[in-house]
Design a protein around this ligand. Structure first.
Ligand code: NAP
Length: 281
């Protein structure tokens, strides 16, 4: 396929790498223009382009930018795109990062909001896996315990294309229903960042609690803000699995939770030492 990716950060670059390995031709864009994308191009083989070009002559487009930036994308991008082209939405709403979006605060499902912004149906996928897992955990179809990813959307044909793409990338693709069901894979739900296998994912999607998700999401964001950027992501996955009620007899997961707690305490301590003025008395 010819694929356009809007957003060249963690997820945009990871997807470009996967698509390149599958011999798809990838165009990638950010907000600052192609001249700033040399490094991503070198690492992934994707062609840096401007935003409008990323939506031209393609078979599939991915939006992978902060939620708050979606409304700023040029409408012409969507007007020029033929109706049948699948649009993947990887985006997550974090009000502590994105600021508040009233419709979502009032209960609108995140990808339905995205769909409204771009004026087209979208397929939600790749939002529930951390970059490191996306880069490293793809496995051949024959492997046991492949990580499974939920794929939600209303357009049956577009969703089938995306299910096949996810499978080719090395992940079990689980049809997670319509876009109206996609809250089950939003931040703060048990399926989020816990790298489940297929059976686990199906159970976790069923156990999602819509009322608890925003509280869990904000708690997760506060935890992430307090741990160092180089904190091992696998420990975060283990912590998420424990939080989701999985592997409760695995010592490693409790050690990971302890590691997270320790990192938060050290950050708090450092902040205290740096911000508390020394007494001169
Ligand atoms: N990181 C994860 O593990 C993860 C996992 C799943 C889903 N997600 C979600 O996926 C999305 C992308 O995440 P990320 O971690 O890849 O973000 P990121 O590393 O911060 O990268 C964001 C990218 O979006 C581009 N961008 C920002 N505003 C733009 C605009 N108006 N037009 C075009 N491009 C724009 C940025 O380009 P400039 O530098 O030019 O602004 C940058 O290339 C987010 O919604 C995030 O919540 C993240």
């Amino acid at each position: 396929m010819n694929i356009g990716i809007i957003g060249a950060g963690n997820i945009g670059a990871a997807l470009a790498m996967h698509f390149g390995k599958l011999n798809h031709t990838v165009k990638i864009a950010n907000s600052r223009g192609p001249s700033t994308l040399g490094e991503v191009a070198r690492k992934t083989g994707a062609h840096p382009v401007d935003i409008l070009e990323a939506g031209k002559d393609i078979d599939l487009v991915v939006i992978t930018i902060p939620m708050k930036a979606i409304g700023a994308l040029p409408q012409k991008l969507w007007e020029q795109l033929p109706q049948q082209i699948p649009i993947i939405d990887t985006c997550n709403y974090y009000p502590l990062r994105d600021g508040k979006i009233k419709e979502i605060e009032d209960g609108m499902i995140e990808s339905e909001w995205v769909s409204g912004q771009v004026g087209r149906p979208v397929i939600k996928v790749f939002n529930s896996i951390m970059t490191e897992s996306l880069i490293r955990k793809g496995l051949p179809r024959s492997a046991k315990n492949r990580v499974a990813l939920p794929v939600a959307g209303d357009d049956r044909v577009a969703k089938q294309t995306v299910l096949e793409l996810v499978d080719a990338m090395g992940f079990d693709a689980v049809d997670a229903g319509t876009l109206s069901q996609s809250w089950r894979q939003q931040p703060g739900t048990p399926a989020y960042c816990s790298d489940p296998n297929k059976a686990e994912l199906q159970a976790l999607l069923g156990r999602a609690d819509r009322n608890k998700a925003p509280v869990n999401r904000d708690l997760g964001a506060r935890i992430l803000a307090k741990i160092p950027v180089d904190f091992p992501r696998e420990d975060l996955v283990r912590f998420s699995r424990l939080f989701a009620g999985m592997d409760i007899f695995k010592l490693q997961n409790y050690l990971a939770a302890f590691h997270v707690g320790l990192a938060i305490s050290l950050t708090n301590l450092k902040r205290l030492l740096v911000t508390e003025p020394h007494s001169t008395n």
